[in-house]
Design a protein around this ligand. Structure first.
Ligand code: SAH
Length: 369
């Protein structure tokens, strides 16, 4: 019998910490980690360049590092964080969803979308989500755990590598945009998500060297975190999932609204716009007979008018078991017209990836054979 305190216990799924990875560390921390291994500090720059700029996490390709050091550095700083379980494509190959298994068995998804003029990657910031929005598949299963910075970064690094190597239908391409619109609420995992943004935007060799302009953080409206993002000087695009202009309905559609009301969420969004100099996007899933009435379009238009916001209307992607569906075409048209009457720019988003459950709100990372 083990003595009390020595009892071995089985960690609940998702409880084990992901292994430390180069992408979790700042450039200074990387130098310290390399030195701790008895290696020259400049190896940190070499490793960073291989991972972030050359997208090469296979030690065999690191020819500027002595063979004896490669395995040691790889083992300590580039552990395998995740394995693709499968890729699913649709829209003639233009949309490709990847299901990832993390080191502890947790499943997450990312989606690559090719357009004639750009490639967008939709990434997950958490496994599952704790926000519980009733129309969203991810929200129904609850939160598994936060992703680490490196688990977020690696979804993108691997997507960039696959595009470069021509593994994605349509031939070689470069990534142009990243949207935090996969699984999870990015601002509920603030430190790791902003760490990932820094890794992605730091210049070569410290990071991938992308521009914050091409990165969108989408939030249910966690006001303190929105203000922090503004105060810390980020300039990525902010998207706010509003879905209703009135508190009564928004309390149901986005339950965190019972904590931070429409007014406060929009004020925080305008503060971010002010600080960052970026226009805020307002996400609005059009749900038939729930939030698509002309009076709601009018109220939304009045709230947004003059703030430079852009509205993205998303026809609801039905999720399993939901009684809700997308708006009728005539109601969608009237909603657009209602916003335009106030001079508010609006686009209706295409619903890429529907048949592979890869469209907005459909990511559930279910293992289906
Ligand atoms: N948690 C973040 C980001 C993830 S979802 C957020 O809520 O913003 C990205 C967008 O897809 C959000 O605007 C979300 O409300 C929307 N969405 C969720 N489920 C959807 C569905 N079934 N149909 C259409 N859009 C949906």
């Amino acid at each position: 019998m083990p003595a009390p305190g020595e009892l071995t216990f089985v960690a609940p799924r998702g409880a084990a910490k992901p292994p430390r990875h180069l992408a979790d560390l700042t450039p200074d921390e990387r130098r310290a980690a390399v030195a701790e291994l008895g290696e020259k500090p400049f190896r940190a720059r070499q490793l960073s360049r291989h991972y972030f700029a050359r997208l090469a996490d296979d030690p065999a390709a690191w020819t500027d590092i002595p063979a004896a050091s490669r395995e040691r550095l790889a083992g300590a700083l580039l552990p395998r964080l995740m394995t693709p379980v499968r890729h699913l494509s649709c829209d003639d190959g233009a949309t490709r969803k990847t299901l990832w298994r993390l080191h502890d068995g947790t499943l997450v998804e990312s989606v690559l979308m090719r357009y004639p003029d750009r490639v967008t990657m939709c990434v997950s910031s958490q496994a599952g989500c704790g926000m519980n929005c009733p129309f969203c598949a991810t929200g129904q299963a609850g939160l598994d755990r936060n992703l680490s910075t490196a688990e977020i970064v690696h979804q993108i690094v691997d997507g960039m590598r696959a595009l470069r190597d021509g593994e994605v239908p349509g031939g070689q391409a470069r990534l142009s945009n990243i949207v935090f619109m996969g699984m999870g609420e990015p601002l509920a995992n603030y430190r790791r998500v902003t760490g990932a943004i820094r890794r992605l935007t730091d210049a070569d060799p410290d990071g991938v060297g992308l521009s914050q302009r091409g990165i969108t953080v989408s939030t249910v409206g966690l006001v303190p975190a929105m203000l922090r993002l503004a105060d810390e000087g980020f300039s990525c695009r902010l998207a706010v999932s509003l879905h209703a202009p009135d508190d009564e309905l928004r309390d149901t559609l986005v339950p965190v609204n019972t904590r931070w009301k429409v007014r406060e969420v929009l004020d925080a969004a305008w503060r971010y716009a002010d600080r960052s100099g970026r226009r805020v996007s307002i996400e609005y899933a059009l749900i038939r007979d729930i939030n698509d009435q002309a009076w709601r379009a009018d109220l939304l238009g009045r709230l947004l008018k003059g703030h430079g916001a852009h509205v993205n209307l998303i026809p609801l992607n039905p999720t399993p078991g939901s009684k809700w569906t997308a708006s009728r075409p005539e109601d969608e048209r009237a909603f657009v017209a209602g916003l335009e009457a106030h001079g508010v720019p609006v686009t209706v988003r295409d619903t890429r990836g529907q048949e592979i459950d890869g469209a907005c709100g459909q990511l559930a990372a279910a293992e289906r054979e």
